[in-house]
Unconditional design. Sequence first.
Length: 336
Amino acid sequence: MSINSTLAIDADVIRQRAKRILVTGGAGFLGSHICDRLLAQGHEVICVDNFYSSTRQNILHLLDNPCFEFIRHDVTFPLYLEVDEIYNMACPASPVHYQHDPVQTTKTSVHGAINLLGLAKRTGAKILQASTSEVYGDPVVHPQVESYWGNVNPIGPRSCYDEGKRCAETLFFDYHRQHNVKTKVVRIFNTYGPRMHPNDGRVVSNFIVQALLGEPITLFGDGSQTRSFCFADDLVEAIIRMMNSDDDFIGPVNIGNPAEFTMLQLAELVQSKIPSSSELVYRPLPTNDPTQRKPDISLAREKLDWQPTIELNEGLDRTIAYFKQFLDAQKLQQAA
């Protein structure tokens, strides 16, 4: 066999292994990291985003990659593509963004799910839904397990996101039962890392940006409410493992870091890492803000052989370095 024949065979093997993968919300915080990882694995990636809460900056480094394609599109309208897998990451995830246009937020979760499930049904693609720990509402079960049905206010200011994601889960399971669509559902707990939006209202980015700018660090309530923070790299690893898991395991599965911190502990840790004049200030707790949040990840450990590896100290250092660079670049642009 000639060298050219061998190379041709190797190229065919690579093409057979590579998939054409759609990532909706692919220019967002987590979506862009998923695009990075899939491209590094040799797949073709179609990134779809309407830039409602994301930014082109997150995918600029990918635009020259011949295996990457970007389409500006709103998932509340149908998509007509040929793909092997779909990661549905499309929906604003921070209260500032999803409460700005609550009707559109609900449409993105519900209409978006219907459109993408229809695409998966037509093409035979496997589809993963990025759901959320917010489906548990303000939980009375702690830590939260997948079998817990939640304690959610259906008519509050956060309901557009909470109930939209709950309805999307319903659609995913019904398309699986009724149409045999290959579905996967992950429930994402608080995640942080590079490419977070600096003004998205999420606590990690809030505290870091406020400290870097020397502004007061804002705590809501008395700071005793808890969250569990998972670094983006760990979370993306879990999401991709879920997509590649046995088709019989559709979830839902919690993915997040079970290490629990109060908001006051987080604020003091950020203060210790960023020398500044920032003081802690207290504001009233927002309506329906959960008082505690911690995932039980036993199912992820069992089914995905996954658990987070990056502790908060390391993750914060990497996130702070990103925001320092981001803010410095903004200053240079303003000075130019």
